[in-house]
Write a protein that binds this ligand. Structure first.
Ligand code: ZN
Length: 445
């Protein structure tokens, strides 16, 4: 396959008339200043990996915005999520995942790291295939063509005190032996050369210290929810005598394989310490705003040379440009300043995209994130209609900050051309199936 871009963002910067040659899903060659040949696009950018998603939560989007308690919070939202979880069948899980993945592709993500913790039947009994629901996620990825890094989640306990799981949590739970079996079965559900697998101890609340040490031995990326909520900080501090990030730095082999999801509640020493490990901070700005988590210390993280990427987490709204905007806007609101994350040589949009490309690829364990030979051809062609007359970083800023929320004309995941003219090629079929599953789910629930 040959693509031509009038403008493309290459590792060395903006380039004109770029020919991109793709062979077997990988970028084989990149030749600037070439005459037009093949599929022509005004602008081609690398397409990042979405580094954190729970696809099933897409079906709850918009259903938890009414007041349920004296003061709604992350914890009242979680109670609703647990009730919803009990009604999902494997077919529902696949149908919802497929629609979420279509929306991710249409938003500009070429791959997703699925932090997958819904494993068992309601009540906790395993399916005949212990990785049945992991296999459903893998099937949705194949169906939609989106790249996948599957992160089977270890979820052992209801809190740092080791209390047993209850209610909706029973579908998540594994002891370490059961989890290792499930993880091996999940690995065998992956079939494409660009698929990847890692491991996700859910959080310091949900995994014992002994098991955290054990799963840290897995190959591939390791993702952990860390320091999202103030109450979680207090729980970890009481149980383990240190703040969550502080404890992780002292007790876990944190390095570039790790992705700490949220990392919202950090003191400056934790920010500096975590940044120095080269772990990725997995930020989910839309979900963090939706759940009222707090504001990530962007300037502190940048000053310490920290790596970051973005994820869609609860999938309440699936928008790459929206995540990048929210990340910067939260900083502006907190700092009472503009262009907070820009640096001396790059605009805000450029810094955000560069970071999410590198951080997303690292966190997903995916050889992608740039238009360069040898990497998977994870590429997008933004809809440049609204961007006439702009170029370079300004073009990127206008795309991120000032265009409507379905801004991608074409997208390729490992060379698979899955979004054409702004729509995913299987949208109609997958959306129809999703609607019928949601209607049946509503009737059951
Ligand atoms: Zn999450």
């Amino acid at each position: 396959m040959i693509l031509h871009a009038q403008t493309a963002l290459l590792p060395e910067g903006w380039a004109s008339n770029v020919r991109i040659i793709v062979t077997d899903g990988r970028i084989a060659d990149v030749i600037p200043d070439s005459p037009p040949e093949g599929d022509s696009n005004a602008l081609i950018l690398p397409a990042p990996a979405n580094l954190h998603s729970h696809t099933f939560q897409r079906a709850m989007a918009g259903l938890t915005e009414a007041r349920t308690a004296g003061q709604d919070s992350f914890w009242t939202w979680r109670a609703l999520m647990y009730r919803f979880v009990d009604h999902l069948t494997p077919e529902d899980v696949e149908a919802i995942a497929a629609l979420a993945m279509i929306e991710m592709a249409e938003a500009g993500y070429a791959a997703a790291a699925e932090f997958h913790y819904l494993h068992h039947q309601p009540g906790g009994a395993p399916y005949a295939n212990p990785a049945e629901l992991s296999a459903r996620i893998a099937a949705a990825a194949v169906d939609t063509g989106l790249g996948l890094t599957l992160l089977p989640v270890l979820y052992e306990q209801g809190g740092c005190d080791g209390r047993a799981l209850a209610g909706g949590q029973l579908r998540f739970g594994c002891d370490l032996d059961r989890f290792q079996t499930l993880h091996a079965a999940a690995r065998s559900a992956l079939s494409r050369p660009d698929d990847a697998i890692g491991v996700a101890p859910h959080s310091l609340r949900a995994v014992s210290r002994a098991s955290l040490a054990e799963v840290s031995r897995h190959q591939g990326p390791i993702h952990l929810h860390l320091a999202e909520q103030v109450a979680e900080v207090a729980e970890v501090q009481t149980a383990y005598g240190a703040r969550p990030v502080e404890w992780a730095l002292a007790n876990l082999p944190v390095d570039q394989r790790w992705c700490m999801i949220h990392a919202t509640q950090m003191k400056p020493f934790e920010t500096a310490g975590l940044a120095a490990t080269h772990a990725v901070a997995g930020l989910c700005p839309i979900t963090e705003a939706n759940l009222g988590d707090g504001i990530f210390d962007g300037p502190g993280w940048q000053a310490a040379g920290g790596r970051l990427g973005v994820g869609t987490d609860s999938n309440v709204q699936i928008s790459l440009t929206g995540e990048l905007r929210m990340l910067e806007y939260s900083q502006r609101l907190g700092q009472k300043a503009r262009a907070v994350l820009a640096d001396a040589s790059r605009s805000t949009g450029r810094v955000l995209l560069d970071a999410s490309l590198a951080g997303g690829a690292q966190a997903a364990g995916r050889r992608s994130g740039a238009i360069a030979p040898g990497l998977w051809a994870d590429l997008m062609a933004p809809d440049t209609g609204p961007l006439d007359g702009l170029s370079g970083d300004t073009l990127l800023d206008a795309w991120i900050f000032a265009t409507p929320d379905r801004p991608v004309a074409n997208l390729w995941s490992a060379g698979r051309h899955i979004v054409r003219d702004g729509r995913h090629i299987a949208r109609e079929r997958v959306e129809t199936r999703y609607r019928s599953h949601l209607a049946a789910l509503k009737a059951r629930a």
